[in-house]
Design a protein around this ligand. Structure first.
Ligand code: FAD
Length: 386
């Protein structure tokens, strides 16, 4: 990594920025008023191939690395948009590309790349398990050439707008021989065939997001839709986590750039006491400090992405990038809201919307406490805290 994007990567950033410019703040504000899904935005990104950038070219995807995927998500967020409505198609690739069978890839990836199928739902979290994924209870029981799945999931985003869901379920009940991290399996659930066996209800949250309680009753999934070996599912999900952390960090970095650019511009043009408010150090320095934090997080993110794309271990860097970026973005959000004063609370400036949106990145898809545990225990060798 030489700290510069190459020509090709700059072209990716510029192209995505150009697309996002067609979806200005007003578009997102109107969606929020009705709680609607950003269908046109997702359709446009899909048709242009940005959401399938990680799918190999042989399946019709972009065939690019995590670095380019990171650039795509950063630009989406820097523009003031939000990739929450569609980013899971990138997250899920970590598991599907590495552990999916040839037959699964042949069946689904060309359809996803062509925009005819959406793999936008990722079903891990359960109400009684929290961040301790080994405690999930959704049960998949083998019955001949299929599994029968029963259970409940929570905060499963986009399921209403997805054709496929990557689902983690227990194939061996907890306490029946296998260690807690074993006995879990991953399934590619075709929601189009699920009928009443999968029901969901939306959970209203603090920004316009489509996330759901999901109830699974006697869902039949063919054995050929199990990803990899039975019982090794958590390992496959964990394999995708480094990619997910790099992608989340990139969204936070994009948000951080949005806040600092917007705050610097506003504070330079807003005149109070006869001079721009930005000429006061009390206004200028928090924005400058947040900018420095965002830039530093960006370097760690690119280091992690470069290692990931070269196949080198990158757990420490991916986790640290996610931690630093989500904190930097939250710092930038606060600096921006403060610099905007009363206007920070007014819908038309988009700062309050992005403020609410970016907070999520400290908590989901993984909370920063768990990231700190990783760094403390796996990198620094301190005792396990849970
Ligand atoms: C808007 C939104 C969208 C989401 N989308 C999805 C999705 O699509 N698919 C999906 O599977 N999940 C999704 N989630 C769930 C998300 O991944 C979890 O909310 C997140 O991982 C935290 O888990 P929890 O809410 O159960 O928190 P809990 O496990 O209840 O933890 C609560 C707090 O306690 C802290 N904590 C718990 N144990 C410890 C410990 N030992 N040491 C230190 N701190 C600890 C946590 O860090 C956290 O801050 C979504 C959540 C939200 C809010």
């Amino acid at each position: 990594m030489d700290f510069h994007l190459d020509e090709d990567q700059i072209a990716v950033a510029e192209a995505v920025a150009g697309v996002c410019a067609k979806f200005p703040g007003r578009y997102w504000q109107e969606l929020e008023e009705t709680g609607a899904y950003p269908e046109e935005f997702v359709r446009t990104l899909t048709d242009l191939g940005w959401l399938s950038i990680l799918i190999p070219e042989e399946y019709g995807g972009g065939g690019r690395g995590i670095t380019e995927a990171a650039i795509v998500l950063e630009e989406i967020h820097r523009s003031g948009a939000n990739a929450n409505a569609c980013h899971a198609q990138m997250y899920t690739m970590g598991t599907v590309l590495r552990h999916g069978s040839r037959e699964q890839k042949d069946r689904y990836l060309p359809e996803i790349a062509a925009g005819r199928l959406r793999l936008q739902a990722f079903g891990i979290t359960e109400p009684d398990a929290g961040i301790d994924t080994t405690r999930i209870q959704t049960r998949a029981e083998r019955d001949g050439d299929r599994y029968i799945i029963n259970g409940q999931k929570t905060f499963i985003s986009r399921i209403e707008y997805s054709d496929l869901m990557l689902l983690l379920a227990r194939t061996t009940p907890l306490g029946e021989g296998a260690p807690p991290a074993e006995g879990l399996s991953v399934f590619l659930v075709d929601l189009r065939d699920a009928g009443d066996a999968v029901q969901f209800s939306r959970i209203p949250v603090m920004f316009n997001h489509h996330t759901y309680q999901v109830f699974i009753n006697d869902l039949e999934v063919p054995v050929e839709n199990r990803v990899g070996e039975e019982g090794r599912g958590l390992r496959y999900i964990i394999d995708g986590w480094n990619a997910e952390r790099i992608l989340i960090a990139s969204e936070a970095i994009g948000d951080g750039r949005f806040f600092t650019e917007k705050a610097a511009s506003y504070a330079t043009s807003r005149v109070v006491f006869g001079k721009p408010i930005a000429s006061n150090q009390g206004v200028q320095f928090p924005i400058a400090e947040a900018y420095a934090a965002v830039q530093a997080a960006g370097l760690m993110r690119f280091k992690a992405a470069t290692l990931f794309d070269s196949g080198a271990p990158c757990g420490a860097e991916s986790n640290m990038a996610k931690l630093l970026a989500s904190k930097a973005s939250w710092q930038a959000a606060n600096a921006a809201l403060t610099a905007f004063g009363g206007n920070g609370f007014a819908r038309e400036f988009d700062v309050e919307r992005k403020f609410r949106e970016t907070k999520l990145l400290e908590i989901a898809p993984v909370s920063n406490n768990l990231v700190l545990s990783y760094v403390g225990q796996r990198v620094l060798g301190m005792p396990k805290s849970y």
